[in-house]
Design a protein around this ligand. Structure first.
Ligand code: PHE
Length: 453
């Protein structure tokens, strides 16, 4: 994105809403609940919240401040601050390139479910085994994947992001209200209370390094951190907008939606599958298996389900648009080509990279990389390896190279007070680097089955 075109968000609310549009998406509604279910319920939720108010806060403040200070997106920003570290910008730019393809595969699943509900096929969607049969087909999931990524690309090519954002601004509050209603309704199903207890009460015996790693990767993913996106958003932020409170609002919003999504899905797992370890460890399919059953038992379930999936689709689109937009602008800048050509290149590459993830549940299910299916592998590489590495580099860069004072000054421009200044410095200089290094080592050893904690 070139500097001359850099327009500003109008005021704080504009900034918070735009950043929340990127942050709130499938990460909150699809990914958070299945990880929480898998990694111990309440203990995962607790670790996540602690990380959000420490790591998440410090990192988001740092990224937005870097963007606003330099007025540039990631690659240019690191270069401007210190030439030797421009590689951090490049590394962070790789992350959205890995996420976009498989994100669109899930987006395709959402589109399929929306269409099913729209055409009144709720019973079918709620049948046991329906989801697994769907994703293991060779053609259908690919078609939905193409439709979803095509939709994302159309918005980016025609530059109608603003329009989508406007619609989603109306949809998001409705999504929140609807999710709360669905969650409350769900709690009345037999067995659901046990699920709610599992989700809300931390069981410390379930704590492990894996819980922390999963929660940390999820935090970066959900808040669009450690991939340069918040730096770009920061570069559009006006100097008189209060940075610290904006960060707090985005975090609160993002975590709130994830929390409600968990409350909507995990009790359902208990109600329909008895909360067995297999049911809880279902992984990426959890939302698609559980929610149709919840809707199926509900009065006006078809209507509520349709509305729900339409809104999830919008939340997902605003996120994948921001992913694609980031990649497109990098390709534009680096290859010095037209935007439309750059869109086409990104679209085609994403389709090629996304195909294995799409087929990995069916005809390619026997192909595994370090024991994982393609989608899980791409998810692992981006969330458990690259994002922690980028986050580590950013914290070392801010803590020891440009020094925290630089960021603090930016947060305190125009007389604003940085209330959590001490917390910020301690997290960025000490806690983040040490924890990330420990976690990274253990996760890599674990992935290669060298040493399991
Ligand atoms: N934060 C988004 C979500 O929760 C995903 C995303 C990641 C979007 C990175 C943009 C960039 O779904």
């Amino acid at each position: 994105m070139s500097n001359e075109k850099r327009s500003n968000f109008s005021g704080k609310i504009g900034f918070v809403l735009a950043a929340a549009g990127s942050a709130v998406g499938l990460g909150n509604i699809w990914r958070f609940p299945y990880l929480a279910a898998k990694y111990g319920g309440g203990i995962f939720l607790l670790v996540y919240i602690v990380l959000a108010i420490t790591f998440g806060f410090a990192l988001m403040a740092a990224e937005i401040a870097i963007g606003r200070k330099t007025g540039l997106s990631a690659i240019g920003a690191f270069k401007k601050l210190d030439k030797r570290f421009s590689f951090i910008g490049y590394l962070s730019a790789l992350v959205p390139m890995i996420i976009l393809p498989y994100y669109s595969v899930i987006g395709g699943w959402v589109t399929k479910y929306m269409m099913m509900f729209l055409s009144g096929n709720i019973n079918k969607a709620a049948t046991d085994g329906f989801f697994d049969a769907f994703i293991s087909q060779p053609i259908e999931p690919v078609i939905w994947f193409l439709i979803y990524i095509g939709l994302t690309a159309l918005v980016v090519v025609f530059g109608v992001e603003k329009g989508v954002e406007k619609v989603s601004r109306v949809m998001m509050p409705v999504l929140v209200v609807l999710s709360v209603l669905i969650a409350v309704y769900g709690l009345f199903m037999p067995g659901a209370i046990d699920g709610a207890m599992y989700y809300l009460m931390p069981d410390f015996t379930k704590f492990s390094v894996k819980t922390v790693l999963a929660a940390m990767g999820q935090l970066f993913y959900s808040m669009s951190l450690a991939m340069g996106i918040m730096i770009t958003y920061g570069s559009y932020m006006k100097k008189d907008v209060k940075l610290e409170s904006s960060v707090k609002q985005i975090e609160l919003f993002d975590t709130g939606i994830a929390f409600v999504a968990g409350l909507m899905i995990i009790p359902g797992v208990y109600a329909f599958s008895g909360g067995t370890p297999e049911a809880l460890g279902k992984g990426p399919g959890l939302m698609f298996v559980t929610l149709p059953k919840v809707f199926n038992g509900m009065v006006f379930g078809n209507f509520v389900g349709t509305a729900f999936f339409i809104m999830v689709l919008f939340a997902a689109l605003t996120s994948s648009i921001s992913l694609m937009e980031t990649v497109v602008s990098i390709v534009c800048d680096k290859l010095k080509i037209e935007r439309k050509v750059s869109c086409l290149i990104v679209f085609l590459s994403a389709v090629i990279i996304g195909l294995p993830s799409c087929l990995g549940y069916g005809i390619w299910q026997d192909v595994k990389i370090i024991g994982m299916q393609f989608l899980d592998f791409f998810d692992f590489i981006s969330n458990s390896v690259m994002m922690p590495v980028v986050a580590l580099l950013i914290s070392v860069f801010v803590g020891y190279i440009i020094k925290p004072d630089n960021i603090i000054d930016e947060v305190e421009t125009e007389g604003a007070v940085f209330k959590k200044k001490k917390l910020f410095v301690i997290v960025i200089k000490y806690i983040a680097p040490i924890c990330i290094i420990l976690i990274l080592i253990s996760s890599i050893l674990d992935a290669f089955n060298i040493f399991t904690i």
